[in-house]
Ligand binder design. Structure first.
Ligand code: XMP
Ligand code: MG
Length: 185
């Protein structure tokens, strides 16, 4: 194993969550999910919100022991800046028919709550058996719309974070840790 770590990029302030902490927490979340859904009859459908959730999803599903299917959606949201409510629209829907299944939405980060509240409502109207959420990061200071989160990785302060799927203008998405950006002047 190569243990020499490249230096932190100069637009990043600090590492907020390191690789080992991420790995340990994702294992704990997978244990909780395995326990909660151990008796389901149909496979659990995990729906990842692109692009930010793809690394969290990949790490999570490789630790699941229950029957499951992986799917993704893409959304766009408007009105994030300057308005209280972001308007969310589906750009790419699931390939799976969700009816009759337990669904777990897999999201990178909970901010205002508009994305998840929209998705919970939309999937709940499709004849699903249940719709729950696994969120890697949560920024409680930013919540506007209350959302029920069943599986939560870490609470973080109100700073812009990148890595582990999260980006700033597509930068830093594939860093193996979560880092805090230095705000642009
Ligand atoms: P809402 O407001 O719908 O937002 O809960 C969820 C989405 O906001 C984005 N987001 C971030 N993306 N670093 C990012 O890379 C952040 O610190 C951050 N905060 C919010 C993200 O796309 C998420 O899906
Ligand atoms: Mg994003």
């Amino acid at each position: 194993m190569n243990t020499v770590k490249p230096p932190l990029s100069d637009d990043l302030a600090r590492v907020l969550i390191d690789e080992d902490s991420i790995s340990k927490r994702v294992s704990e979340l997978a244990d909780e999910i395995n326990a909660k859904y151990r008796n389901i009859e149909e496979p659990l459908i995990l729906v990842g919100v692109l692009k930010g959730s793809f690394i969290f999803m990949a790490d999570l599903v490789r630790r699941l022991t229950i029957p499951h299917v992986v799917d993704f959606i893409a959304i766009s949201s408007y009105g994030k800046k300057g308005t209280e409510r972001g308007e969310v629209r589906l750009l790419m829907d699931t390939r799976e028919n969700l009816a009759g299944h337990h669904v777990l939405i897999v999201e990178d980060i909970l901010d205002s709550g508009s994305t998840l509240s929209y998705l919970i409502r939309t999937f709940g109207a499709r004849g699903t058996k249940s719709v729950e959420t696994a969120v890697f990061l949560d920024k409680p200071a930013r919540h506007v719309i209350p959302v029920d989160i069943q599986f939560r990785g870490f609470e973080i302060p109100d700073v812009w974070v990148v890595g582990y799927g999260l980006d700033y203008k597509e930068r830093h998405r594939t860093l193996p840790y979560i880092a805090e950006m230095i705000p642009e002047k």
